[in-house]
Design a protein around this ligand. Structure first.
Ligand SMILES: [Zn+2]
Length: 326
């Protein structure tokens, strides 16, 4: 097996120019009691729709700025729109931006039936605070546009990726999808799949910076962190960057691997890893394409299949050399 280990100290030093906080991803974000609030009639309906609801009367003054930033950016609506156009959900899905959440909920969560996502306004404020620290203390990666490297845009882009993660849970639960790994990994995978294909590099980059800062603030790894159903925070940073780089190495390898954001030990695996993820999600979603999307979706799935075969062959060719360099 190829090892993708190696010290991340160099990378952290680069990202670290100044990143610190704690705890965005505490308990399972897909578990917990479902106290209702879900949309739909409860009957199977292949025309289930996603709606985003900002509950203006359930947002504290302290959280209004972060909520306004996200609302104005329409990043939640973009994800919802893609799902509504491309997929035939069996049930409605309501995305509630509200402080009226089930007991103990502090982060974005998807209820176990995949029909309700809660996004607490205080969670968006926390993303905005950490994004503000990133904007102030981290040297802007060259790939990230200068005019977007400020707290508000970083907040919107990260929120889109994190919402993509929740949407991944919702899709897994609603259809339901067969899962060959941990659900949290698959949810992260959907966030990469959706944003890399439909939005561009911004959400992955902003979220990598956000999580790097969070990892710094979490400090030393604890038993709780290691045993979480989520991958370790710092590991998620590299997963986000790996999928992005692998999606278009000609474009992303220079700015991501060169300066050390993505270690040279991991990067050679990323094109095949991305191809596998991309093929995996297109294939999982294929039976659930909406009728108008079917022709395009089938083409995307076939293209992803061909890319996976090509990338796996390419990896096989360079494997001996890569192993001998480890
Ligand atoms: Zn999750």
């Amino acid at each position: 097996m190829l090892r993708s280990g190696g010290s991340s100290a160099g990378v952290r030093a680069v990202l670290a120019g100044a990143l610190l906080l704690a705890g965005l991803a505490v308990a399972s974000c897909s578990a917990g009691p479902d106290d209702g609030g879900g949309g739909g009639s409860g009957k199977d309906d292949p025309n289930g729709k996603v709606t985003v609801v900002y509950q203006a009367n359930a947002i504290q003054p302290a959280d209004r700025h972060a909520v306004a930033v996200v609302r104005k950016s329409r990043v939640l609506e973009q994800v919802a729109g893609w799902v509504n156009t491309s997929l035939a959900l069996p049930h409605d899905l309501v995305v509630n931006v509200t402080e009226r959440v089930p007991p103990g909920v502090t982060d974005a969560v998807t209820q176990p039936d995949g029909r309700t996502i809660f996004i607490p306004p205080s969670f968006l404020t926390r993303i905005a605070e950490v994004s503000g620290t990133v904007a102030k203390t981290v040297k802007r990666p060259a790939l990230f546009p200068a005019d977007e490297f400020h707290a508000d845009d970083l907040t919107a882009l990260s929120t889109q990726f994190i919402f993509g993660h929740e949407m991944g849970h919702a899709l897994q639960r609603q259809f339901p999808l067969a899962n060959l790994g941990l659900e949290e990994d698959a949810a992260d995978g959907f966030a990469s799949f959706y944003t890399v294909n439909e939005v561009g590099p911004g959400p992955s980059l902003a979220t990598a910076l956000l999580f790097d800062e969070l990892a710094r603030q979490e400090g030393r790894l604890t038993l709780e962190g290691l045993s979480s159903d989520h991958p370790v925070t710092q590991q998620r940073v590299f997963n986000f960057l790996c999928y992005l780089e692998g999606s278009d190495p000609k474009r992303f390898s220079g700015p991501l691997v060169g300066p050390g954001y993505l270690p040279k030990t991991r990067a050679p695996l990323c094109p095949q890893a991305w191809a596998m993820l991309n093929y995996g999600w297109w294939t999982q979603l294929k039976p659930h394409f909406s009728e108008p999307f079917q022709a395009r979706g089938d083409k995307e799935q076939q293209r992803a299949h061909d890319q996976l075969i090509a990338e796996t062959k390419a990896l096989a060719k360079k494997l001996d050399q890569l192993r001998s360099e480890q």
